[in-house]
Design a protein around this ligand. Sequence first.
Ligand code: SAM
Length: 294
Amino acid sequence: MFSDRPDGNHAKPPPGLYLIATPLGNLGDISARAVRLLGSLDLLACEDTRTTRRLCAALGIAAPKLVRYDDHADEAARAQLVAAIRAGQAVGLVCDAGTPLIADPGYRLVRAVRAAGLPVTALPGPAAAITALILSGLPSDRFLFAGFTPRGGGARRSWLAEIKAIKATLVIYESPHRLVDSLADMAAIFGPREAAVARELTKTFEEVRTGTLAELAAHYAEAGAPKGEIVVVIGPPGEGAAAASDEAPPDVEALLRDALAASSLRDAVASVARATGLPRREVYRRALALGAKG
Ligand code: SAM
């Protein structure tokens, strides 16, 4: 049996690869089992040795021997970790925050250790995707974790078009400075689906903002790129009142009225054009038709 003695015994853990989740921001989210194990490993592979050393210090643990690892490391680096396990060592893997392998390194290492017939186990814990999903109020029975959106508008739009029809809640990692453009593309491509933007999870300024994609796009176009780390959760096609017709176009006039109430004509047109993907000229024409003064 492969066990790292969850009974609290501090004996040296058996050889193997231990995938250890660490907090997303709130130190209190580390598991008791992870603390115990971190203090007794022979070797700990990590993304950034400074970050992991800081984590160990904050937990009051003397850091084990640390080695930097990412999946793009050459085969030799992986082979060394496999050899260490074969030689009887307990080797941990952590990422900077959250669960290793989830938009973070480790997949190739797990394959290599498994292929060598050596044990792999996990100490599960925080993952931003799951935390955002369960906070979003969107269906959690069936979901797709799609990772990060590709960089670049064209690549992102084709990627969104590819996953649009999947009948599941979509969970997407996004960087704050791309959020405004990304939400505008999502609103234009997915139509009026319910969504949530989850930010700074488990931290002091944790926030989960919900609405249709167009509403969220208009909000962030207006408010600007938020600070912190972000997960976007999008409800499945055809779910919920807001998405009664998945193909219905966004309500441009309603968006314009909201935006005009909060900002100048120029800014309102810019934010609604961004949110809906419509040309600015067309949005401007509709704003004038609503009575806005040019
Ligand atoms: N392995 C991590 C996990 O288990 O979630 C994900 C690492 S990935 C390199 C970093 C991305 O995860 C961020 O850009 C953000 O999308 C998401 N993320 C990480 N921590 C977060 C937090 N506290 N709040 C919101 N999103 C977070």
